[in-house]
Design a binder for this molecule. Structure first.
Ligand code: HEM
Length: 402
């Protein structure tokens, strides 16, 4: 136990730069942490976080999954998949799952490889910024191409998507720039969906337009242009920022655990295990916020109904009760026990997990060839200031000549 007061401020520079000491104290000293400043609760132990992800009847997603939205205590009018509760969530998930099949994702492999090779082919082979020149660029390109965004609009789509999650230190609400980006992005995808209704193409927006499910109620069995626009915008935020952070962070982590990088060099078949361990070690999605629908008492603390509750999966994935030596990256880690929560759990668990795993494995494989020996300029690394997502903004690396 430390003498200083335990403070978890999700918008502080200390949290963005290194949340792990705070997480360890939260798990030990305040497994149900209460923030006086923001009036929220936070769960940090693996068992509690996992149980809460499963319990959508207590912990609702319908009020949003970030603090600024959840603490409004209102259900937003236009809703995307990730902020729906059952039964709406069940219907929407069934609809979008029709286009997100394992086969559809496997078919994207050649395109994903092409994009990853293209971006890696453009960097300065000796010195480059792993995030800015590589990992921030290819995931959104892959999603844009999968959806059917025309080439000339892709940069705009990437910049709008970046704006959505960005937060200044101390800033909880979305900035005006961020809000404008949401409007522009939604308008853009709405237009694309309207166009594909008239001119079907071989892309995911067209397949979303055509997707249909049987329903027991009177709601339409297909998606509206607005629903497609909300879903497409979600994919950019949920699917691009996360992979960007995973791969950017991977090379920082391997620089700290060089034996693991050497091991992968020799045993390429371990790449999928390395992806899982990197996801656990520094989870790109650090937390999701829920809204308590009813009063719940846990570890002697009562969370009233109507409060924001942080589900700290980044902390759960470092819980020593579940992962021995949790602060060590170990590709050989036994993963037969409790699951890593990097992709969430329960009804909202990541729809794009197989795409994320595929892209990340391809990127690691290429980096193993491209930079077998490298150094990270730690002094110039900077971390992002974002809600929900954690990781690196700049990772300058120099690659040893071969
Ligand atoms: C390393 C990469 C990724 C990580 C760590 C990640 C993590 C997560 C997590 C933790 C959730 C649960 C959110 C919640 O419970 O509130 C989630 C949901 C989701 N993810 Fe991912 N994700 C990744 C990549 C992707 C990709 C590539 C896509 C698609 C292109 C994607 C699409 C989604 C969608 C649509 C949901 C919402 C599912 C629902 O509400 O039913 N994600 N993701």
């Amino acid at each position: 136990m430390t003498d200083t007061k335990l403070v978890f401020d999700p918008f502080s520079r200390e949290f963005f730069d290194d949340p792990y000491d705070t997480y360890a104290r939260m798990r030990d000293e305040a497994p149900v942490y209460y923030s006086e400043e923001y009036d929220f609760y936070a769960l940090s132990r693996h068992a509690d976080v996992a149980a809460a992800y499963r319990d959508f009847e207590t912990y609702s997603s319908a009020y949003g999954i970030d603090l600024a939205t959840v603490r409004e205590g209102k259900i937003p009018p236009h809703k995307s998949l990730i902020v729906l509760d059952p039964p709406e969530h069940r219907h929407m998930r069934r609809l979008v799952s029709k286009v997100f099949t394992p086969r559809a994702i496997a078919e994207l492999r050649p395109m994903a490889e092409e994009q990853i090779d293209r971006f890696l082919g453009q960097v300065d082979a000796r010195n480059f910024d792993l995030v800015q020149d590589f990992s921030a660029l290819f995931p959104i390109e892959i999603i844009s191409q999968m959806l059917g965004v025309p080439t000339e609009s892709r940069t705009e789509v990437r910049l709008w998507t970046d704006e959505l999650l960005y937060r200044e230190v101390g800033q909880m609400e979305m900035s005006e720039k961020g809000f404008n980006a949401v409007v522009e992005l939604t308008r853009f995808y709405y237009g694309l969906a309207a166009d594909r209704r008239k001119n079907p193409q071989d892309d995911m927006i067209t397949r979303l337009v055509q997707a249909e499910i049987e329903r027991e109620d009177d709601e339409p069995p297909t998606l509206s242009n607005m629903e497609i626009a909300m879903f497409a915008s979600l994919l950019g935020g949920a699917g691009a920022e996360t992979v960007a952070k995973l791969i950017g962070g991977a090379m920082v982590t391997f620089a700290r655990f060089p034996d693991q990088w050497k091991k992968l060099q020799a045993e390429r078949d371990r790449i999928p295990d390395a992806v899982e361990e990197l996801l656990r070690y520094e989870s790109p999605n650090q937390y999701n916020v829920r809204y308590s629908l009813k009063e719940v008492t846990l570890h002697g603390v009562t969370i009233p109904a109507g409060k924001p509750v942080f589900l700290m999966l980044g902390s759960a994935n470092r819980d020593p009760d579940v992962f021995p030596d949790p602060d060590v990256l170990d590709v050989d880690r036994d993963r037969m026990g409790a699951p890593s929560l990097a992709f969430g759990l329960g009804i909202h668990s990541c729809l794009g997990a197989s795409l994320a795993r595929m892209e990340s494995a391809i990127a690691l494989e290429r980096l193993l060839d491209f930079m077998p020996e490298y150094e990270v300029d730690f002094g110039k690394c900077t971390r992002v200031a974002m809600q929900n997502v954690g990781g690196w903004h700049n990772v300058p690396v120099s690659v040893a000549a071969r």
